[in-house]
Ligand binder design. Structure first.
Ligand code: XMP
Length: 434
C-alpha cells in the first residue's frame, strides 16, 4: 500500500477506534494492531510513519500488566504514548475531550513529528486494493455471496474492477427480501456491470422449510442454515474457485476487541462451507468504517439507493412476519413495507431515520369494509434511530406522514384493516419484533 500509515497499538482502550477515525479524517491512513505485534512485523510494513500507544507503558490487557515499549522501541519510529506510566485517569483526561482538541494533538504528532503525507483518499484506496487483489488472486477465480447489502455490493464492485469476469457472484433470494431488492441486484450487477451472477430463486424452498414454524429462534436458525446450503449447492456448480470474498468491515474486527484481532478474523468466515473447498479468504474492505464503505461504493459508481440502503437483517422479512409465515401475510408485509419506503423517500425521511420498516402480526381484528364486517390483519410501523443498534429511540413522525402511509396501506394492501405505530424504545423493546 502506498499510503502513509499511523499504526495504533491496541492496549485495550476503547478510544482506539475514535483515534483511528480522527487520523483518517486528517487524510492519513490509520489502522489498529494487536498489542503483541512484533517489531519485525511492523518493520515489514514500509508505509508506517509513526506509532500510537494508547494506554501507555504499564498497561493491563486481560488483567495482565504488559510492557511493550522495549519491543516498540526496536522499530525506531516516532511514538506517541498517550498516557504515562500507566496512569489511566490521565489517559481519559487527554483523549476524552472534544474532537477538536483530539484532532489538534494528533495533527501535531502525525504531521509535525511523523511527517506523514495527507494521501489517504478513496481513489487511492481503490487503486491500492485493485492492485492487491490482482496480485493475490493471480488468474484464479473468486466466489462472493452477494446479498445486495451495502458491504457485499461494494466488495462485488471492487472485485469486478480488479478481476472482471473471474468473479462469480451468487445471490440467494430466500423469498424474504423486500420488494424489488433481488431485481435491483440483477439489474445493477448483471445488466449494468456485466458481472457473472447466479441468482437463485429459493423462495418456495425456504417457505416450505419454515412451514408451521412459529418460534423466532427456530425461524432464524432454519433461514441461516438453509441459506448456507443453497449457497453451497450453487458454489459446487462452479469450477476452479480458489477464493471466497467477504464483506467484513473494520467494526466487525475492532468491535470484538483488537486485542484479539488475529483471532477475530476467523469469526467472520461463512460457516458451513464444505471443508474440502479449501477457499482462501479475500476481505478487501476490512479496513473501512461504514461511512468509508459507502463512499467507496459511490466512487465505484454504485447507485445511491444501494449504497445508502438501511440495515436489513439476514433473515429478512422472515422476522417481521410474526409467528408462522404465510404467503398471504408475507405479501401484505412486503407491500406495506414498500409503501412505507416510498413515502419516507418522498418526505425526505429515508435519509433522516436510521431504520424503518413494517411488521405484520399473526392475529386478525374486526373492521368494516364496503359496509360489511371485515376480519383482517394489522400492520405495525417501526421507525427508530440509533448509533450502535444497542439502544434505540423512536422517530417522532409527523402526523400527516403517518396518515398518508396509513391511508395508502389500508387502501392498497390486501387483507389489512388497521395500521399501528410502535413507539417503544430499545430497551425494553428490541428494534425487530422477533
Ligand atoms: P434488535 O432487534 O436486536 O436489532 O434490536 C438490532 C439491529 O440488528 C439487526 N438484526 C439483524 N441483522 N442478522 C442481521 O444481519 C440478524 O439476524 C439480525 N437481527 C436483527 C436489526 O435489523 C437491527 O438493525
Amino acid at each position: 500500500m502506498k499510503q502513509d500509515m499511523i499504526l495504533i497499538l491496541d492496549l485495550g482502550s476503547e478510544e482506539n477506534t475514535r483515534i483511528a477515525r480522527a487520523i483518517r479524517d486528517l487524510g492519513v491512513y490509520s489502522e489498529i494492531y494487536p498489542h503483541d505485534s512484533t517489531a519485525a512485523e511492523i518493520k515489514r510494513m514500509s508505509n508506517v510513519r509513526g506509532i500510537i500507544l494508547n494506554g501507555g507503558r504499564n498497561n493491563v490487557v486481560d488483567g495482565v500488566a504488559i510492557d511493550i515499549l522495549p519491543e516498540v522501541d526496536k522499530i525506531g519510529l516516532p511514538i506517541l504514548s498517550v498516557c504515562h506510566e500507566g496512569i489511566r485517569p490521565r489517559d481519559r483526561e487527554r483523549f476524552s475531550g472534544d474532537d477538536a482538541i483530539l484532532a489538534k494533538e494528533l495533527e501535531a504528532f502525525v504531521f509535525g513529528v511523523c511527517k506523514a503525507e495527507r494521501n489517504w483518499s478513496m481513489q487511492n484506496f481503490i487503486h491500492d486494493q485493485v492492485e492487491l487483489i490482482r496480485r493475490e488472486v493471480g488468474d484464479g477465480k473468486v466466489l462472493l455471496a452477494l446479498s445486495g447489502g451495502v458491504d457485499s455490493s461494494v466488495v462485488a464492485a471492487l472485485l469486478l474492477r480488479a478481476i472482471g469476469n473471474r468473479l462469480e457472484c451468487v445471490h440467494v433470494n430466500h423469498g424474504l427480501m423486500r420488494k424489488g431488492e433481488s431485481e435491483q441486484v440483477v439489474e445493477v450487477f448483471r445488466n449494468q456491470l456485466k458481472a457473472n451472477l447466479a441468482c437463485v430463486d429459493a423462495g418456495e424452498r425456504f417457505l416450505s422449510k419454515l412451514a408451521n414454524v412459529s418460534d423466532p429462534e427456530k425461524k432464524r436458525k432454519i433461514i441461516g442454515a438453509e441459506f448456507i446450503r443453497v449457497f453451497e449447492e450453487e458454489a459446487e456448480k462452479l469450477s476452479g474457485i480458489e477464493f471466497l470474498a467477504q464483506g467484513t468491515i473494520y467494526p466487525d474486527i475492532v468491535e470484538s476487541g483488537t486485542k484479539t484481532a488475529k483471532i477475530v478474523k476467523s469469526h467472520h468466515n461463512v460457516g458451513g462451507l464444505p471443508a474440502d473447498m479449501k477457499l482462501r479468504l479475500i476481505e478487501p474492505i476490512k479496513q473501512l468504517f461504514k461511512d468509508e464503505v459507502r463512499s467507496c461504493g459511490l466512487e465505484l459508481g454504485l447507485p445511491r439507493g444501494m449504497v445508502f440502503r438501511q440495515p436489513f437483517p439476514g433473515p429478512g422479512l422472515g422476522v417481521r412476519c410474526l409467528g408462522t409465515i404465510t404467503v398471504e401475510r408475507l405479501e401484505a408485509l412486503r407491500e406495506s413495507d414498500a409503501i412505507l419506503r416510498e413515502e419516507f423517500q418522498a418526505a425526505g425521511y429515508d435519509t433522516k431515520v436510521w431504520q424503518y420498516f413494517t411488521v405484520i402480526p399473526d392475529f386478525k381484528s374486526v373492521g368494516v369494509r364496503d359496509n360489511a364486517r371485515s376480519f383482517e390483519y394489522p400492520v405495525i410501523i417501526r421507525a427508530v434511530n440509533t448509533v450502535d443498534a444497542m439502544t434505540a429511540t423512536i422517530e417522532k413522525l409527523p402526523w400527516e406522514l403517518l396518515e398518508r402511509i396509513t391511508d395508502r396501506i389500508l387502501s392498497e394492501v390486501k387483507g389489512v384493516n388497521r395500521v399501528l405505530y410502535d413507539v417503544s424504545p430499545k430497551p425494553p423493546a428490541t428494534i425487530e419484533w422477533e
